[in-house]
Design a protein around this ligand. Structure first.
Ligand SMILES: *Cc1c(COP(=O)(O)O)cnc(C)c1O
Length: 426
């Protein structure tokens, strides 16, 4: 498309009532802390799977706020729910009962292995809640465990608070933040012998491990799906030893994998799982779901001011009901197949550049060969120039996490843009 067409408001946006305004990057950089490596565009509007920047350039959004905008941008059901809820009531303390919170918790319990839910505002907080629950479980239920350890995986990602960067098995996130939180040890992902070694001291009557926390599919760490055989054996080991199995579903849950919950791809159920990113389609929310030992938490043990407020809960209920009523899981499965098939054709065409495509549903990664200089960031930038937004998952993996409502034509369009980007880079 020529720049003239891109600047035509009737083409660039269906909400042409909001005029494009100049963006002041100097002001931004002067006043906002420099914690992100930002791309030099400012996004201003969105509709469906499309975004527009302040220059009027249109993008196909295969980032979705990092696997967060489940229903895309400006979805009528979500717009209607949040507009209505902000007028009715948007926040009230957990000192009182919040009906929307009860309704959302029941929906989640009715559609998962969980018995009860605790609400907070982000993925890191949901994982913090799980970590606190495990510690209290260790000190009260297994009262012989003085210094309980949680095993997590190398290359995992669990958030940016102190406890969750410690849980995250990637030294780059921990650097310069010591002392870290005690009580975490790391094992390679999908490696059952490593788990057995880590808990071998149980047989010597010298137990340390209270829980194992894993992503069903590692997102940030390179889009690596869990292996069924590994998780089946892990579930058995946990059952035999009263070890809690925690799944961090912050990225892969809420339909993204083609099933409602990521664990459904693995044939096992966790004791605790966490959710956040896509749960309310982009309205901040976090949740910890608990199957056993929910009553370890009692009044006064854990809390969050914003957690479970009517606004976020109403939004999440609408997201979940829309996934169910609009048959969105079917779309996720077919669009995922379509995307992987087309990406695999690219890998075949450029065997020196790419090694493989992997993923579930609409969380997919395309790995760049170690034998080339090309990095994921370089390809992300070139795709952006072509009007396609992608996110890296580490230096060598391109991540594709579009809204779950993405259409067949949009998948084709995205892959065509990616092909152009690749052709321009080689
Ligand atoms: C994004 C993410 C988190 C952290 O979520 P925040 O909302 O940024 O705190 C935790 N775990 C996984 C698997 C994630 O992808």
């Amino acid at each position: 498309m020529s720049p003239e067409i891109l600047l035509d408001p009737s083409v660039t946006s269906n909400s042409s009532d909001t005029p494009t305004r100049p963006f002041n990057q100097d002001q931004f950089d002067t006043y906002v802390m420099n914690t992100y490596g930002r791309f030099p565009i400012a996004i201003e509007k969105g509709q469906g799977c499309r975004l527009w920047d302040t220059q009027g350039k249109e993008y196909l959004d295969f980032v979705a706020g990092i696997a967060t905008c489940t229903l895309g941008h400006g979805h009528p059901a979500l717009v209607e729910t949040v507009s209505h809820q902000i007028q009715k009531l948007h926040h009230v303390s957990n000192l009182y009962y919040i009906p929307e919170q009860g309704e959302l918790a029941q929906w989640i319990v009715d559609h998962s292995c969980a018995d009860k839910v605790f609400f907070c505002n982000s993925g890191a907080e949901a994982n913090e809640a799980a970590i606190k629950l495990v510690r209290k479980y260790a000190h009260t239920v297994l009262d012989f465990l003085d210094q309980p350890v949680i095993l997590t995986a190398k290359a995992s990602f669990h958030g940016r608070t102190l406890a969750t960067i410690t849980a995250t098995g990637q030294p780059k996130y921990q650097k310069h933040f010591d002392p870290l939180v005690p009580g975490f040890e790391y094992v390679p992902y999908n490696d059952i012998d490593a788990v057995k070694n880590a808990i071998a001291d149980i047989d010597e009557g010298n137990r340390r491990v209270a829980a194992i926390m894993l992503e069903p599919l590692q997102g940030e760490g390179g889009v690596r799906p869990g292996e069924i055989e590994y998780f089946l054996r892990l579930r058995k080991i946990c059952d035999e030893n009263n070890i809690l199995l925690i799944f961090d579903e912050v990225q892969v849950g809420v339909g993204r994998s083609g099933k409602l919950w990521g664990y459904e791809n693995l044939g096992v159920e966790p004791d605790i799982f966490t959710s956040a990113k896509g749960l309310a389609g982009g309205i901040p929310i976090g949740a910890m779901m608990c199957k056993k030992f929910c009553d370890v938490f009692e009044p006064g043990t854990h809390a969050s001011t914003f957690g479970g407020n009517p606004f976020a809960c109403a939004a999440a209920l609408t997201v979940l009901k829309t996934i169910e009523n609009d048959n969105i899981l079917q779309n996720v499965q077919s669009r995922g197949e379509q995307l992987r098939t087309r990406l695999r054709a690219i890998v075949q065409k450029y065997p020196n550049l790419f090694t493989e495509v992997r993923g579930w549903g609409l969380i997919n990664g395309m790995e760049i060969s170690e034998n080339t200089e090309l990095t994921s960031i370089e390809l992300v930038k070139e795709a952006m120039a072509q009007g396609l937004l992608l996110a890296p998952a580490g230096p060598k993996v391109l991540r594709f996490v579009p809204p779950l409502i993405v259409s067949e034509a949009e998948i084709d369009e995205a892959v065509t843009k990616l092909e152009t980007a690749i052709a321009n880079k080689i």
